[in-house]
Design a protein around this ligand. Structure first.
Ligand code: FES
Ligand code: FE2
Length: 350
């Protein structure tokens, strides 16, 4: 499977990576992550070039990773830095080293051949480092192709069927659909699937968790897709005719990174601009979203993948398309075009 490579993927939470080596597979490649004594994180190809032992089974010794089999050590640039058997360092003994960026609690990895470009990390996720918001984080390993997870997020018409907790008390499904306005917006490489309901009863958690007693509010849930598979979710509810930022803002990150062609790492962080110092709100909000993603979305995506068998591209199976598929389909086409452009660029550079 061909992936977009000259871009940033979420590789791990920063807290996961310590001086003890950690193995993780991304885009089908086995990597080892570790920190050196200065606190910096590093990522290397997780296969010793001598007899192919996983370096992640070794240890970090003097800021170098030591192979567990015959003790060659590799520096953070991937070059062999110490050979305990002979003084000479074998020049060919080198593993690939991957640029990392530690930002907003995540380690972001650049797996392409072009020079890592910090400016390509979307600015949308700055809310994660903004004290005006409190965020709870989670992680799922999904046994499904990463684009199935993106499809799920970009088409929220599944919500009333898979997520009963988000029901609006006293409002029928038909009324809910009839009062939902949608729009698909493209801004360069960004695809935004917008949904909103104006002057309509808010959903259950808006009342029960955040205490709004208004009968009617303006609610929004806008999914911003950014290549390759990052989602910034701009959701919230505000009093009628009130500026959105004065109301309840629930910005979220959904960062999906392929592990293999049929398994995905799914990192999610749910922010809020109210009840910031309330641990009960942390637990309740986390419970709601964990239940939705883990118990409701994840089994569905895994069941889809199981029905698709070895196929990884849903479009190859000639699916029936509904109007609500415009977000997922546009994102898929945009990504396919970027992957193709990257391949052409690489061909020209060769
Ligand atoms: S396999 Fe790594 S030193 Fe031999
Ligand atoms: Fe869902």
């Amino acid at each position: 499977m061909t992936y977009l490579r000259n871009c940033w993927y979420a590789a791990a939470y920063g807290s996961e990576v310590t001086e003890a080596p950690m193995a993780r597979q991304l885009l089908g490649e086995h990597l080892v992550f570790f920190r050196t004594s200065d606190g910096k994180p590093h990522a290397l190809f997780d296969r010793c070039p001598h007899r192919f032992a996983p370096l992640s089974m070794g240890a970090v010794v003097e800021d170098q990773i030591q192979c567990p089999y015959h003790g060659l050590r590799f520096g953070t640039d991937g070059a062999c830095a110490y050979n305990p058997h002979y003084a000479a360092l074998p020049k060919a003994a080198r593993v690939k080293s991957y640029p990392l960026l530690e930002r907003h609690g995540f380690l972001w990895i650049w797996m392409g051949e072009a020079e890592a470009d910090e400016s390509k990390l979307p600015a949308d996720f700055a809310f994660l480092s903004d004290p005006k918001f409190k965020t709870v984080f989670g992680y799922l390993k999904v046994r499904g192709n990463y684009q199935l997870v993106v499809d799920n997020l970009l088409d929220l018409t599944h919500a009333p069927y898979l997520h009963p907790a988000f029901a609006i008390p006293g409002v029928s499904l038909e009324e809910r659909f009839a009062n939902t306005t949608t729009e698909l917006v493209r801004e360069r490489e960004r695809v935004i699937a917008k949904r909103w309901r104006l002057n309509f009863p808010p959903n259950g958690p808006t009342r029960s968790l955040f205490g709004f007693e208004d009968e009617r509010m303006d609610s929004r849930s806008h999914m911003h897709w950014l290549p390759p598979s990052l989602i910034y979710f701009d959701a919230g509810a505000s009093r009628l005719n009130e500026a959105e930022e004065l109301g309840l803002c629930l910005p979220a990150i959904h960062a999906i990174t392929p592990e293999t062609d049929r398994t995905s790492h799914y990192f999610f962080g749910q922010g809020r601009n109210m009840l910031l110092d309330d641990p009960d709100a942390d637990a309740t909000l986390f419970g709601i979203i964990e239940n939705a993603f883990h118990n409701e979305d994840e089994p569905m995506i895994e069941a889809q993948q199981a029905r698709m068998g070895a196929e990884t591209d849903v479009m190859a199976l000639d699916p029936v398309l509904l109007k609500s598929d415009s977000g997922p389909v546009t994102a898929r086409r945009t990504l396919a075009a970027l992957i193709e452009a990257e391949a052409i660029g690489a061909g020209q550079a060769a």
